[in-house]
Design a binder for this molecule. Structure first.
Ligand code: NDP
Ligand code: GUE
Ligand code: MG
Length: 305
């Protein structure tokens, strides 16, 4: 073979795994313990309303998984499955009822919503104290101002996944690839809050490769396989792959070539089994916290400020 590598190469390095299944199970167990103690002492069981508009197959899968998580956590799930043609007015009326319902501690409206409904109007109509997705402008503003309230589940889940494995973030150079309202932007606010020097890249970024090559921590949330090339990863970096891409055979894969990136990174999150389960665990944690419970976490959260 015409390779310029010596015949005897170094033993292939392989990154350690950021285990989202283990970390999420540990979080959900603590949420469950806290809820059962609260209920045994005469407290009301926390309630989560899950609103699904339409029958998008991916959304149906997530909503089913959330129901299972609620069972494991001891949270009462109330499902509201609305027709795809539901008007914005009808949805806003339902949210108003849920805002006023004392048995409901958390409200989640599954995104994306059908085109006739304004997602911003819906998100901001949820009582900020019941906004367990953390998408309300007030809660995002609190995160930006170092007064975190309810925090978006995926970015909080990434931070929890890093904490669970004992990884320090303060003073590291972090890059976030993707700048959406639900992942990239709040992710950059979480990293900033944890004391990382944080670069945010997006569709208009010209020199993505240069930014990735400088990063100690790479969080990728785009939804395009291969958007970050494994050879750009700095040896010893922490790689968190938020992306979920469905392949022709129905299986899912991340945005970054896992095998190749594992040869360079110190730590890497797999897809499936990385950030996805953490997102769902944070939804359970946020719901318990919205109900006023304190949950003893199975890790030391990154200090803030
Ligand atoms: N594991 C989990 O728990 C979750 C996973 N996901 C997955 O994460 C991925 C991202 O989700 P989401 O944020 O909702 O997706 P969006 O499509 O809303 O956002 C993608 C972001 O990536 C940016 N982008 C597009 N191309 C590039 C590029 N070449 N370089 C850098 N940035 C680029 C977009 O820019 P612009 O804003 O200009 O369009 C946008 O900011 C998806 O695969 C989704 O399935 C999502 C939520 C939870
Ligand atoms: N209001 C709202 N809140 C959300 O948090 C929200 C949303 N809308 N819309 C869609 C995205 C996507 N999302 C995921 C959650 C868990 C997994 C997850 O558990 N994934 C598993 C595997 C799932 C599978 O096999 O399909 C894993 O990665 O291991 C994935 C994706 C939440 N989202
Ligand atoms: Mg840079």
């Amino acid at each position: 073979m015409n390779s310029n590598k010596p015949a005897t190469t170094q033993a292939a390095h392989s990154a350690r795994i950021l285990d989202g299944n283990a970390a999420s199970a540990a979080v959900i167990e603590r949420v469950h313990d806290s809820i059962e103690r609260h209920v045994a002492a005469g407290g009301r069981r926390p309630g989560l309303a899950v609103v699904l508009v339409g029958a998008d197959p991916a959304s149906q899968i997530y909503v089913r998984a959330k129901r299972r998580d609620c069972e494991r956590a001891g949270i009462e799930a109330r499902d509201f499955d609305l027709d795809a043609s539901t008007s914005q007015e009808t949805l806003l009326d339902l949210i108003q009822q849920l805002n006023d319902d004392p048995a409901i501690d958390g409200i989640l409206v599954q995104l994306p919503l059908p085109a006739q409904i304004d997602e911003v109007a819906v998100t901001n109509s949820i009582d900020a104290d019941k906004d367990v997705d953390g998408f309300h402008a007030f809660n995002v503003g609190r995160l930006a101002l170092r007064q975190p309230g309810l925090r978006p589940c995926t970015p909080r889940g990434v931070m929890a996944l890093l904490s669970f494995h004992g990884l320090e973030i303060r003073s590291k150079h972090a890059i976030v690839v993707g700048a959406s309202n639900i992942v990239g932007r709040p992710m950059s606010l979480e990293l900033l809050l944890a004391g990382a020097t944080t670069t945010v890249t997006h569709r208009f970024t010209h020199d993505l490769e240069d930014h990735v090559r400088q990063a100690d921590v790479v969080v990728c949330a785009v939804g395009k396989p291969g958007v970050v090339r494994p050879e750009w990863i700095q040896p010893g970096a922490i790689v968190v792959d938020v992306g979920i891409n469905r392949m022709a055979d129905g299986r899912i894969t991340g945005d970054i070539d896992f095998e190749a990136a594992s040869q360079r990174a110190a730590w890497i999150s797999p897809v499936p089994g990385g950030v996805g389960p953490m997102t769902r665990a944070m939804l359970m944690l946020n719901t318990a916290e919205a109900a006023g419970l304190q949950v003893e976490l199975p890790y030391h959260p990154h200090s803030t400020g």
